[in-house]
Design a protein around this ligand. Structure first.
Ligand SMILES: Cc1cc2nc3c(=O)[nH]c(=O)nc-3n(C[C@H](O)[C@H](O)[C@H](O)COP(=O)(O)OP(=O)(O)OC[C@H]3O[C@@H](n4cnc5c(N)ncnc54)[C@H](O)[C@@H]3O)c2cc1C
Ligand code: FES
Length: 282
């Protein structure tokens, strides 16, 4: 069992959890993830390691509520336990020793860039800009934590309530013209990562995207997380999650992610109904 030591609500649908998981904390590297189960018999969901502290034995994750399991997790708080917290999984992302890097984050990716930003901050010849987007200022998450470790923190909001008025891709385009980048790394919704790849492609800037296909076993055995990269089948759970964004077949990964949409919607509806009936009984 893995205890939730701290929980912090970041937005109405996003929470940060600090989990007591010493073995994961000891070996975690930036870019890796865990697969957790909230309870015995529950679904296994992949979640990026947002931060880790080998000495305290803790791992921080940030989870956005989308379907049944993430809604169920949201009902857990400090002192509650998770049944499984398997990791670290995936291949740690290869990071440069010099140059100018843009970390582009959206949704839970705005938090997930933190481990990478912290690692790059240890490299004196690397300059890091964080370009982080949200619909409105109150939905920008972990701004202070990410802002503290990067050279420039550049927020973007769709409504202009903080920072650049518009999408991360608009600001990225502007910053490519102004300062230029040697590497761009994107973590966030699939359409955002795809758009980032199209912005950097004509400039020939190497670009990584963190793929989040449906995953099951997380061991490279089941094939659920298959992604086509440069015409080859790769498994995001072992070969990724970071891949060359210019080589990823975004059409296919988007199609595959929608495969179980009907079942996922039914599962969430049933879960809400069950919650309602429990509340009535209670
Ligand atoms: C390597 C990796 C790292 C991830 N890191 C994080 C993270 O740090 N924080 C976070 O909140 N989420 C993260 N995700 C996404 C998270 O795993 C899914 O949101 C979660 O599995 C949904 O489970 P659910 O039962 O709540 O929803 P489901 O009922 O399974 O799905 C509900 C909706 O979410 C979509 N969805 C389902 N699975 C995924 C998926 N794997 N990726 C994207 N959309 C999905 C479905 O298309 C559907 O529309 C990550 C995914 C991967 C593969
Ligand atoms: S999740 Fe099964 S092969 Fe990747």
């Amino acid at each position: 069992m893995y205890r939730i030591l701290k929980k912090r609500q970041l937005t109405p649908v996003t929470a940060l959890y600090v989990i007591d998981a010493p073995l994961v904390a000891r070996t975690a590297r930036p870019g890796q993830f865990v697969i957790l189960r909230v309870d015995e018999g529950g679904e296994r969901i992949p979640v990026t390691i947002t931060d880790f502290d080998p000495e305290a034995g803790t791992v921080t994750i940030v989870v956005q509520q989308v379907g049944k399991t993430t809604h169920w997790l949201a009902q857990h708080g400090e002192g509650d336990t998770l049944a499984d917290f398997a990791g670290p999984l995936g291949t740690p992302v290869a990071l440069p020793d010099r140059g100018r890097v843009a970390l582009v984050g959206g949704g839970f990716g705005a938090a997930a860039i933190l481990t990478i930003a912290k690692e790059l901050a240890k490299r004196p010849e690397v300059t890091v800009d964080a370009i982080v987007g949200a619909r409105t200022a109150s939905l920008l998450i972990l701004s202070d934590e990410v802002g503290a470790v990067v050279d420039r923190f550049l927020p973007c909001t769709d409504d202009g309530s903080r920072g650049y008025h518009g999408l991360v891709t608009g600001l990225l385009e502007q910053e490519i013209a102004a300062v230029g980048y040697d590497l761009v790394m994107a973590i966030g919704p699939m359409p955002m990562m795809r758009a980032v790849a199209e912005v950097t492609r004509p400039h020939g800037i190497p670009t990584y995207a963190s793929m989040d296909p449906i995953m099951l076993d997380g061991t490279g055995m089941c094939g659920a997380c298959r992604v086509r990269v440069g015409g080859q089948n790769r498994f995001a759970c072992v070969d990724g999650p970071f891949f060359d964004a210019h080589q990823v077949d975004f059409d296919e990964v988007t199609r595959r992610n929608k495969m179980y949409r009907h079942e996922e919607r039914l599962a969430l509806e049933r879960w809400h109904q069950h919650q309602g009936s429990c509340a009535t009984v209670g």
